[in-house]
Design a protein around this ligand. Structure first.
Ligand code: CMC
Length: 474
């Protein structure tokens, strides 16, 4: 394909997606116009008084300048910027910089940051170590956590050394799997990457960006978690990892390293928007988990590993996988009413609906819904999923929208978008993690600047004065 054609396709995809996002923004503003403006953030005097419900609902854990979620207006704001504007005009790399550094990058910094992320996607030693585990049989989120913790060992040491030695490594691509030159009794092929491409045109590691070891570790994590997630996807398909391509964006490289196919401009742009949408979201469970671990002065790799664990559950990031299972189980738009009646009788929660904070439509779902519609139009299975999802949304919102303020959340349509990109459902939550690592890192770094170990209390409701009885007398 000529570069003119590619440029043309990229421009068309950009225009199309930007239009969809701006329409969603317009609709969001109109629908929540009547909601009162929130009293914007005031200076907090500690200790702060708040009403705390079960699950720490309402508890205030810290101050933060990183992001803001307003549940009644349906606002999601990163560092002062509206999520709709970021999705329409920015990129994941820029958003990751914004979250971490607190401001948008200048042009030189942005180029340097993109180069830095690209170079740090190159983690052959971590990938090789990961492949010595049965990754293909593991839950992908468990494998992602494992890979992240392995990166702590490898990326801080061996992968950095390898960067210096690149020219001497053996080339590998999908067609030529080099076997061990000296048998060591392992069944797996040994693979290594060649990275002459990485060197070409790569700017030196930009000093301005690396403010501290922690920030450098954040760059490692943002880039490395994407490489590990892609590796897990490939290994599950019986394939070996692919090194990143220097001319692709972060989103494009993630897709390329996962599928082995260069994404179309539309796919690259849609994945970029998905990554922006998932990058941060207040004091959600996985962010809090990362912060709790970091607050013990453990290290940031272990903290992010905890975030991955917390995200994996079906009440949090794992819901996107459950949504697709549910839509498949329902089968068709015509079967929605019967399925939903049964779900109500069983008091079953509908996956992809409801939120602790949003009492209006989740702005992320406002964007993902139309993106799913656009992509699903081209695909048989996804278009059925999409039609079923629309029918289900109608039913659930009609019965619970007004009454309980329950609307679709970010996970309701994201799976359909990924399905259209032919990404296996088991990997959806890993995509959430690839993106959210930027938010986790930013919040951990911010909290550590003024660290105090997290240590809430439980109300003891157990008994007192029990008399100890020796085991043989019980
Ligand atoms: N379907 C049906 N009813 C629901 C749902 C749902 N998805 N979510 C909440 N409710 C009802 C719930 O039954 C309860 O009703 P009642 O007051 O009569 O007992 C009321 O709404 C409050 O629910 P809750 O479980 O106390 O709310 P929560 O703030 O503790 O939980 C939630 C929030 C997201 C865990 C919950 O809405 C849920 O389980 N949703 C389904 C799973 C899901 O989609 N998770 C993704 C969340 S968004 C992405 C992310 O950040 O992780």
């Amino acid at each position: 394909m000529s570069s003119d054609t590619t440029r043309q396709q990229t421009a068309t995809a950009d225009d199309q997606i930007t239009r969809i996002i701006l329409e969603a923004r317009e609709q969001a503003y109109q629908e929540t116009d009547h909601e009162p403006e929130p009293g914007l953030t005031a200076k907090v005097e500690w200790p702060v008084t708040c009403t705390v419900g079960p699950g720490l609902e309402g508890a205030i854990a810290c101050e933060s300048k990183i992001g803001y979620v307003n549940g009644s207006k349906g606002w999601l704001i990163y560092r002062g910027y509206d999520i709709f504007d970021l999705c329409a005009y920015s990129s994941y790399e820029e958003v990751a910089f914004l979250l971490l550094h607190g401001r948008l990058p200048k042009a030189r910094e942005f180029d340097a940051f993109k180069t830095t992320l690209f170079r740090r996607m190159y983690i052959p030693e971590t990938q090789r170590l990961l492949l010595s585990f049965p990754v293909q049989d593991m839950n992908p989120m468990a494998a992602l956590r494992l890979g992240t913790n392995l990166m702590r060992q490898k990326q801080t040491y061996r992968d950095r050394q390898l960067e210096e030695e690149r020219g001497r490594l053996i080339a590998t691509d999908e067609d030529s799997i080099p076997m061990e030159t000296r048998p060591t009794g392992k069944r797996r092929p040994v693979f290594q990457f060649i990275s002459s491409m990485l060197r070409r045109g790569a700017a030196p590691e930009p000093d301005v960006l690396v403010g501290s070891d922690e920030i450098a570790s954040c760059y490692n994590l943002i880039a490395g978690v994407a490489s590990i997630a892609a590796t897990i996807g490939r290994v599950r398909e019986g394939r070996i990892p692919i090194e990143p391509a220097p001319d692709l964006s972060f989103a494009g490289n993630y897709l390329y390293m996962l599928t082995g196919r260069r994404p179309t401009p539309l796919e690259e742009r849609v994945m970029d928007v998905c990554l922006i949408l998932h990058a941060d979201h207040g004091m959600n469970a996985s962010t809090f988990a990362s912060m709790v671990v970091a607050s013990t002065l453990s290290d940031i790799y272990l903290a992010i590993g905890s975030g991955i664990s917390a995200l994996s559950g079906p009440l949090h990031g794992g819901a996107n996988v459950e949504v697709i299972k549910m839509l498949d189980e329902i089968g068709s738009p015509g079967a929605v009413s019967k399925w939903y009646r049964a779900a109500q009788e069983e008091k079953k929660k509908v996956m992809g609906f409801g939120h602790r904070v949003y009492k209006a439509y989740d702005p992320r779902a406002r964007i993902l819904g139309p993106l799913a519609k656009l992509l699903a139009a081209e695909s048989g299975h996804a278009s059925k999923l999409y039609a079923t999802a629309v029918a289900l949304e109608k039913e659930v919102v009609a019965s619970l929208g007004e009454k309980k303020k329950i609307f679709p959340n970010v996970d309701f349509y994201s799976g359909i978008v990924y399905e259209c990109m032919q990404i296996p459902a088991e990997l959806y939550t890993t995509i959430f993690a690839v993106s959210r690592v930027a938010g986790w890192c930013a919040r951990v770094i911010e909290y550590l600047a003024n660290n105090r170990i997290f240590r809430p209390r439980a109300i003891y409701t157990g008994s007192f004065n029990e008399e100890y009885v020796p085991v043989e007398k019980r």
